[in-house]
Ligand binder design. Structure first.
Ligand code: FES
Ligand code: FES
Length: 216
């Protein structure tokens, strides 16, 4: 990957790359985690490879490369897509957000990221970025999901090690955090018994191992 240099025209750079490598290259301008840039890539480059290998946003993981596991999910103009199924060239003019881009500028974790910590929603973490981006998009559409809706929201992503109970709990906890942050959380700060009851409702029968579970 070559970042486009202002001193030589992009066409010249593309021609030179093609001559050097024997491979057709394309110039793609898109926004990745709020930074707009033009990159020159072999035209066959997948979005997942461009993001992860060329632009070093390594939070995006690549598992199956066939659109099955969901590990490579990013937000494309706010919608979840499997980046292993998208050519980098088709990102032209689009806005891509990876798991890194969900963190607030002041370092505050996205509600889904915080919820995965609260509910112990990961073990090895390989699948986690795909779940986090998928759930973040889902909560934009529905910030008060039922357990069934939470289950449906994660049904397309695969996890090999942690099971889905805690991940589903994280969906519900993330919704709670989102509502809390928007000032809609219905409970008073000191209402511990109501909070405990909500924890049980959020976690259901899940019993995460160790540490604080359900609430920060
Ligand atoms: S790596 Fe893209 S869906 Fe599995
Ligand atoms: S936490 Fe390991 S694959 Fe999901």
């Amino acid at each position: 990957m070559t970042m486009a240099k202002a001193t030589r025209s992009i066409d010249d750079q593309l021609a030179e790359l093609q001559e050097d490598t024997g491979e057709q290259h394309v110039a793609v301008t898109f926004t990745l985690n709020a930074v707009t840039q033009t990159v020159l890539l072999p035209s066959r480059t997948l979005a997942s490879d461009a993001i992860r290998h060329h632009l070093r946003q390594t939070g995006t993981h690549v598992g199956c490369e066939h659109g099955v596991c969901g590990a490579c999910t990013v937000l494309l103009d706010g919608k979840p897509v499997r980046s292993c199924l998208v050519l980098a060239a088709s990102l032209e003019g689009r806005e891509v957000t990876t798991v890194e881009g969900l963190v607030e500028p002041d370092g505050t974790l996205h509600p889904v990221q915080q919820a995965f910590i609260d509910c112990h929603g990961l073990q090895c973490g390989f699948c986690t970025p795909g779940f986090v981006t998928t759930i973040a998009a889902f909560l934009e559409e529905n910030d008060s999901p039922t357990r069934e809706e939470a289950t449906d929201a994660i049904a397309g992503n695969l996890c090999r090690c942690t099971g889905y109970q805690n991940i589903r709990a994280a969906v519900l906890r993330a919704a709670e955090i989102k509502r809390e942050r928007s000032g809609e959380f219905p409970l008073g700060k000191d209402d511990e018994s109501a909070r405990a009851s909500l924890d049980r409702k959020v976690r259901g029968t899940t019993n995460p191992v160790g540490g604080r579970a359900g609430r920060a």
